[in-house]
Write a protein that binds this ligand. Structure first.
Ligand code: SAH
Length: 239
């Protein structure tokens, strides 16, 4: 599956993801067309494969970013009930997915990318600033990057005038595999809200699966196992 959608340009990559059934939602497609993966992947940006970005991190494969966005889309886009979506991207790495999600949250929304490696936090910002669109999003305050341990989530106070704000998150994307669904993360998920998280089910990295963890409007939690993956682990920062 990994290589099938490779293209020679950003738009061809996106069209191939659609043709291969990896991207079905037109809102997701529109966002992917706006963000040139060449600003984020140091080599072969239109290949449907992960690439190294240094510091033992990778930019995930495009079909994984597509799948993650499709799973979270209903919690990312603004609605009457959720006029200002708040989205957390843990392990923001290249910043690619952070930017993509910022294209979807609308004028009042907020996306925060969290990295435990300062150089990668700065890489995300630098990559986003390569395009006019990314620079405008950074300037607007609709997207931010921070340094911290993503296993503890991120507390970002509601901005002035932010409607329906609060400190929690409507959607949490975790870009590295977790040993467990960390309680602190779960407590920061709003009701309703969804977390997309790869979990290292056997604790040894051999059996990772992505889970959708949903909190309904009454705070009830349900978990759905989606598919097997190989992600780098969520760890302590290197010393
Ligand atoms: N979504 C990124 C994925 C980067 S790889 C992209 O596609 O570009 C996973 C990232 O998780 C790495 O950048 C790594 O530095 C980061 N990471 C690992 N453990 C972390 C932790 N405890 N807190 C925050 N980030 C972490």
């Amino acid at each position: 599956m990994a290589w099938r959608s490779t293209g020679v340009s950003n738009s061809e990559l996106v069209e191939n993801l659609v043709r291969n059934g990896m991207m079905k939602d037109p809102r997701v497609k529109a966002a992917f067309l706006k963000v040139d993966r060449a600003h984020y992947s140091p080599r072969s940006p239109y290949e449907d494969a992960p690439q190294s970005i240094g510091h033992s991190a990778t930019i995930s494969a495009p079909h994984m970013h597509a799948t993650a966005t499709e799973n979270l889309i209903d919690y990312i886009v603004p609605t009457d009930a959720r006029p200002a979506p708040r989205v957390l991207d843990i392990g923001s790495g290249s910043g690619y997915l952070t930017h993509l999600m910022a294209e979807l949250v609308g004028d009042k929304g907020l996306v925060v990318g969290v990295e435990h490696i300062r150089e990668l936090k700065e890489l995300g910002e630098k990559n986003m600033a390569k395009g006019a669109d990314g620079r405008a999003l950074l300037d607007s305050g609709r997207v931010k990057f921070g340094v911290g341990d993503g296993r503890k989530g991120w507390v970002e106070p509601a901005r002035e005038g932010e409607e329906g704000g609060g400190e929690g998150w409507d959607a949490i994307h975790v870009g590295a595999s977790a040993k467990e669904v960390h309680e602190e993360l779960l407590s920061q998920l709003k009701s309703p809200g969804r977390m997309f998280i790869p979990v290292d089910d056997d604790g040894a990295g051999w059996s990772q699966h992505v889970w959708n963890i949903d909190k309904d409007e009454n705070g009830n939690i349900s978990r759905k196992r989606l598919f097997g993956v190989r992600y780098v682990p969520l760890t302590d920062p290197p010393v």
